[in-house]
Design a binder for this molecule. Sequence first.
Ligand code: AMP
Ligand code: MN
Ligand code: MN
Ligand code: MN
Length: 284
Amino acid sequence: MSAVDLHLHSNRSDGVLAPADLVAFVASCGVRLFALTDHDTVDGLEEAAHAARAHGTTLVPGLELSAAWRGRGLHVVGLGVDPTAAPLVRAIEQRTRARRERAERIRDRLDRAGAPGTAAYRVVSAHPLPTRTHFARALVELGVCADPGRAFERWLGRGKPGDVAAEWPDLGATVQAIVAAGGVAVLAHPLRYTLSAGQRRQLAAEFKALGGTALEVAVGGVAPHQVETATGLALRAGLEASAGSDCHDPALPWHRPGRLAKLSSALVPVWRRWEGAHDAAAHA
Ligand code: AMP
Ligand code: MN
Ligand code: MN
Ligand code: MN
């Protein structure tokens, strides 16, 4: 089986490559079935679909929606969505507004904390969908931090001045928007949230009860024991498994597209529904 990667970002959100360039890069990594999953937007899908046809690869139309659960931010990947479905379009509009408002609050909080928030915001606000990644890159460009990782450590990561909570719609509404658009909801990188093991199990069970289908088990850059933990979490909740690198930048080798742990045979791969489409396209 050729490599699969169901979590990738283009520059329509906080990735660095344009959608067509991302598709070319993903194909060069040997990936034949992939999803573009930009944060809170489907704007890159048309360009990506065009490029996927040119490369003989199969694109699963997707996105990564920001959501709230028990006062925390979570990410839910929607796969196989109709990007024109009205409930999804509304879900995206809500988040676009929330992101723009939050960017202003991040600007003010950074200014008050002694970082050049206003100068960073001038660059960040040019993007239709501002993320903390854009602030991190702007702080690097302004010479405040050596690299984006340090910008998160010092200014934007958990508990830092630029870690501003946004008013994301709740998990149930998020899953519903994806399902109403004909897609399947996948809980993204379940081990990246600061939760106890018990809370994580509650999250997985609740996600399933709300209509979620799968959980990301093979995630870019994670250790084997984390894959095992996520495998147990998926099996216990009766969720299928997804695999995605979460690649934002080809310069970061630990998120190389398609380079992911093999799933336990006990798991049901969420991508089985699109493999036929790939074979049909390949043999047409
Ligand atoms: P936002 O959705 O605006 O809160 O931004 C979250 C994005 O920031 C994530 O999707 C990651 O791409 C990026 N991010 C979060 N934490 C880090 C970190 N410690 N280092 C680098 N990037 C990060
Ligand atoms: Mn991101
Ligand atoms: Mn994410
Ligand atoms: Mn992501």
